[in-house]
Design a protein around this ligand. Sequence first.
Ligand code: CP
Ligand code: NVA
Length: 304
Amino acid sequence: MILKTKDLLTLAELSPKEFSQLIELSIKLKKELKKGGTKPILKNKTLSMIFQKPSTRTRVSFETGMFQLGGHAINLSSNDMQLSRGESLEDTAKTLSRYTDCIMARVYDHDLLEKLSKHATVPVINGLSDSFHPCQILADFMTIKEQKGKLEGLKIAWIGDGNNVCNSMIYGCALSGVKISIATPKGFEPNKVVIKESKKSTEIELTSDPMKSISDADVVVTDTFTSIHNSDPKRIKKFLPKFQVNPTLMKNSKNNSIFMHCLPAKRGNEVTSSVIDGPQSVVWDEAENRLHTQKALLVSLIRA
Ligand code: CP
Ligand code: NVA
């Protein structure tokens, strides 16, 4: 499949049909890999990966994905690039576009991705910014589809920080019609514009009561209380103990609910070990699915 958009920066660039097709393609690529291999659809294609922030899953899944598709990925820490000595993002984008077929960037300020997208002639993928994490949400919805067999009619409970992953999760819900109830402490709500736009397409509840949010949920999701861009440990006090996903809270979700977390997790803070390592947790499938969704995205964005 070919996507209409050149870049994937937020998820809002996709139509509901494209979102669903990307998930189906990811499931197909996963089956092909398990059966014996991936066709080298991206032979001789190269991906530049710029990292301003650390990463385990995003880096390894993109690099492995490109390798399995017959292509190559180049890992670029922004500290080792001329960017760190003041070369402009505009010139960097133009240069990388002359060598490589796609740019994936993990940045602090989301505006940097907008600049990259403006000046790169090749697709730009957001590998996480302070505001969004679209690639994570593709993997999350693939995992939900695998676990529940459908997306229609489901309810997600997001418990904790209304952060970058939460913003993208809301867009994912808008693209699939999945309902979401978000429980955050006051002052930690997700982006207002994202909520306003997404309310046109799905039901969104905002509350500061995790028990209310989790009631009847099919999927329970959380993320760390301290993100890379918001790492002050004093934040944690605002969330504990009320916003921790523990067995008492989980009991209020549906009996067959699943637990998800983008990882890395801080056991004992946003989630207890008993939940993340327990029978309802699908976090390892979720992490694996980053590989399959990354591959689907790359083959759909990189033109032959
Ligand atoms: N979930 C996620 O993006 O993980 P990394 O920070 O390890 O890439
Ligand atoms: N919210 C986290 C996600 C990490 C994958 C962060 O931005 O650090």
